[in-house]
Design a protein. Sequence first.
Length: 577
Amino acid sequence: MGRGYCQVSWKMDSQEAKGYARRCNVLERSNLKSIFKYRIFLLTVLFFFGLSACVVGPDYVRPELSLAPNYLNADTLFSSKEFNHPHSINLFTEAELQMKSLPPYLANFRWEDFYLDPYLRLLIQHAIDKNLTVKSMQSQLLEARATFISTDADRYPTFEIELSVEPERLSGITNSPPLNENLIDLSGVLTWELDLWGEFQRGSESAFATMLSAKELLHYTYVSLIGDLATNYYEWLDSHQRYLISESTVELRKKAYDLAILRHKNGVISGLEVQQAEVEYQTALATLPDLALEKKLLESQLRILLGEFDFPLVPPLELDSVVDTIANEALNDPMHGKKTASKSKNDKQSMMNVSSTQLLMNTQQFPNWFALGVPSQLLKFRPDVKAAEQALIAANANIGLAESALFPSFTITGTYGFEALSFAELLTRKGVFWSLLSDIVAPIYNAGSLEADVEVARQEAIQAQLTYRNTLLTAYFEVNDAIQSYKRAEASILVQTTLVDAAAKYTHLARLRYINGVASSLDFMDAQRNLFSAQLSLSQIQRDKLLAMVELYRSVGGGASPNTERLSMLDSIGDRP
């Protein structure tokens, strides 16, 4: 540009040409100096940028974990290679699943496919959409993502544009006449703190791992919510069924009590038997308030999980009559000692209906068969285990973040802009100004606080590793205990069902002896009491079996990723391009 300007000057007279030539030389030297300065600056930046590859602090390595090869007593609990039984639970390795096309892992079952009760599925879907804890965890995940974006941005330069207008009047004492000025400044400021020791990289690693931990904790919230809802649902059904059994028993014993009063008036029985009938009636009646309260409390827990005060809860399972209809008929016809053969046939059928009633098991609740997997796969499926590992990664990165504070920091600030006294002159060449500031800050003395921060970070990493190990250990025994509970309930159901059948037969025979005058009403009432107790116990054991299956599904990490549009968006958080 200066050279072109000199060529034009040859058309002028010699004096003017000399003046222009001198100005061209000054301008040329000024441009060369500026270019030289920019090159030095660029080389300096590239040098320090190259140093930024130096990252202090340890890189994360997953700790070696001594995992059990299988669950305790699994071989005695299940037939690990037989999967044709309609209610078997199987233990397979991943290779066996792929080679034999065996059923999928339990953890891979979507909750819609695992829970087969339509009403329960409706409740779970509503809870996922409305539960307040889930919404809070979703908000925490979005917060963690924003924190990561903010932290990761520290690795890059910042650029700001500033426009300032400063009107001023200079004093008439120091200036004659008084001077009015408008100082206008338009500038851009570029600031960059170079990541020489990997401080910002470690901070970004920590924030990213924290975000992934929040994501896994959200998944674990889904697992817990679904498991808690299913648990409360089956407990609620059990309380509802036991209430109906008790209610029917109260009605039956009230009739027995009224009958005893009538027979006492007719001189058939003594007053002792009347009092015994009243005791049995009042005993059954006393169970209703507790069961009614239990139902209400469980309904409250369900509504908390559902996120609504007044969600309508309608028990989908209405029991068939489980009262002893045989005894009911006998009590309504007390003065007759014998029945027809047809009546006896109906009595037998009624007795079989009582003994074969399967409380809480009228419909299939879960898939018939699936593969449970092995303990090491908890690392893959359990969200809380994955969250604990991400917290360990974050704590490990924080060590490097603390160590980087021991080294000098280097910041570059460049400013380029225009300054003038009026807007008309603002963007002219004369108004250009620029500055370049290099700032180096090195810690000299801090009374050991920085070293202490490093030690704090190291101890927090040790604690995070212990938490990770403990989470995995807890997960292992949760699965193991759920297996044990399931098998215990399965074995108890067989025994208790046999007991209910025996109690029903005993009640039938006691009724026959009672109406024929061979036995007293005390024997008949004792038989009824045993049947009532056996029915309640069977309901609770069946509930325990369902709860064990719910806990098994929860303990292996089932239901971690519900499939909805909103959750799919949240699930994509943490996927780096």
